[in-house]
Design a protein around this ligand. Structure first.
Ligand SMILES: Cc1ncc(COP(=O)(O)O)c(C=O)c1O
Length: 447
């Protein structure tokens, strides 16, 4: 039995894969991964697959990046973990300092000076929601118990995060356990055939008018509004105009509603700036980070909070404290991985390099973009997306299989195909990504 087959059999016997109907693997084989090399995942027979989705959007600088690996190895010899309640350590302190120095700030609320650590994106969402609710209560506004989320939002799959996620596919089975957010229409357009509108300025005014109506009726009972700034990722890379975020910030301020920016996917340079909020020139009250923060090496998330939020908890009374913890809060190995990631951003001027790289990838993409079945082509920073005309329910799986057969990892969302590659992608790799996608779409078209 080959090493690949052996691993697959043992995996199916004991590993319950995430977000998967396991019976599917009776017909669709799992993909064994023996090792990672830069943008590639490699199996035991040496077959290589280009990771065009950065392994669920986490891997920024390639698999097994030596600079991040060395930082973790160094930290392993110093301190692997210590509880963060009652104790503190240099990796957590330095990371909190550096993130707040990088984060947006404004004259009204200052910066995002305080960092609450957790492990995954959803746990950051939980923290942000609890902080917003509890801050209102501590300020004498206990009636603020609701949240506003955008239609087709995605903020994670734990119960609190799922409560502000507007996706039936994830919500339906758990409906009785979830609270319902107030839903505001999303400001992004659905690109039509022949229409290349990355973000639709005309969509902003109606979406803000709807938000006004929602706030007029419910503003007094809302603790926070949560948004994915500029791109609704899981909804199909729906991109919207920064004016919407500016409008949201103003309205939240007027109504005493906190603004939570879920930058779990959009942060760490993905949209072209370190944080997507920067493109709107706004500072949220709470900002969630995860995914790329450790370059894809370790689970880590952070909620950054303004001093105003922090002060709402600072008191002699334990009852006013934020009594929330996870055993691995602020894990030093994860923090060191994040610090090494920030070092790469600074040392390699990654944001500028990505601007040049993305423009060259745009040129490489032209033959794919020109296919007649491709429409709604859009890009923001290092995210490319388009819709495929005539895609049916079986399309995502069929394209996944065709791409895989060509050495490319794609995970279409419905009719939307997207690329979110590591920032270290070479031009040859970009050509492989675009050419293989084109070939896979043409192969599907023949059926
Ligand atoms: C915007 C956003 N928020 C939250 C999450 C949840 O993160 P995690 O899967 O790490 O729990 C995701 C994951 O895709 C996301 O895209």
């Amino acid at each position: 039995m080959s090493a690949n087959t052996d691993l697959l059999e043992r995996s199916l016997a004991h590993v319950w894969n995430p977000c998967t109907q396991m019976k599917l693997h009776e017909t669709l084989p799992l993909v064994p991964v023996a090792r990672g090399e830069g943008a590639w995942l490699v199996d035991f027979d040496g077959h290589r697959v280009l990771d065009a989705v950065s392994s669920w959007w986490v891997n920024l600088f390639g698999h097994c990046n030596p600079r991040i690996r060395e930082a973790i190895v160094d930290q392993l010899g110093v301190l692997e973990h210590a509880m963060l309640a009652g104790f503190t350590h240099a990796p957590a302190v330095e990371l909190a300092e550096r993130l707040s120095a990088l984060a947006p700030r404004d004259a009204v609320r200052g910066g995002l000076e305080h960092a609450c650590f957790a492990s995954d994106g959803a746990s950051a969402t939980e923290i942000a929601l609890k902080l917003a609710f509890h801050a209102a209560r501590n300020r004498g506004e206990p009636q603020r118990q609701r949240f506003i989320a955008l239609e087709r939002s995605y903020h994670g799959e734990t119960l609190g995060a799922l409560s502000v996620t507007d996706m039936a596919i994830y919500r339906d089975a758990y409906g009785p356990l979830l609270s319902s957010p107030l839903l505001a229409p999303a400001p992004s357009s659905t690109p039509g055939i022949g229409q290349d509108t990355p973000c639709c300025p005309e969509c902003v005014a109606p979406a803000l008018a709807a938000l006004d109506a929602l706030l007029e009726r419910h503003g007094h009972e809302v603790a926070a509004m949560i948004v994915e700034p500029l791109v609704q990722g899981a909804a199909g890379m729906r991109m919207y105009h920064p004016d919407y975020l500016r409008g949201v910030r103003e309205r939240c301020d007027r109504r005493g509603v906190l603004l939570i920016a879920d930058e779990i996917m959009t942060g760490m340079g993905r949209t072209g700036t370190m944080f997507a909020c920067e493109q709107a020139g706004i500072t949220p009250d709470l900002m969630c980070l995860s995914k790329g923060i450790t370059g894809g090496f370790m689970p880590l998330s952070v909620v950054l909070a303004t001093d105003g939020v922090y002060r709402a908890f600072y008191d002699d009374s334990g009852g006013r404290a934020f009594l929330h913890s996870h055993s691995y809060t602020g894990n030093p190995l994860a923090c060191r991985a994040a610090l090494a990631t920030l070092d790469i951003f600074a040392q390699d001027d990654v944001l500028a390099a990505n601007r040049a790289l993305a423009a060259r990838i745009d040129a490489i993409a032209a033959p794919l973009r020109d296919l007649p079945q491709v429409h709604g082509w859009r890009r923001l920073g290092m995210i490319w997306a388009f819709e495929v005309d005539g895609a049916d329910a079986g399309f995502p799986r069929a394209l996944f299989a065709e791409a895989l057969a060509r050495g490319l990892l794609l995970r279409p969302i419905g009719a939307t195909v997207y690329f979110m590659p590591p920032y270290t992608l070479t031009l040859d790799e970009a050509a492989h990504m675009m050419d293989s996608t084109r070939a896979a779409l043409l192969a599907l078209g023949k059926d």
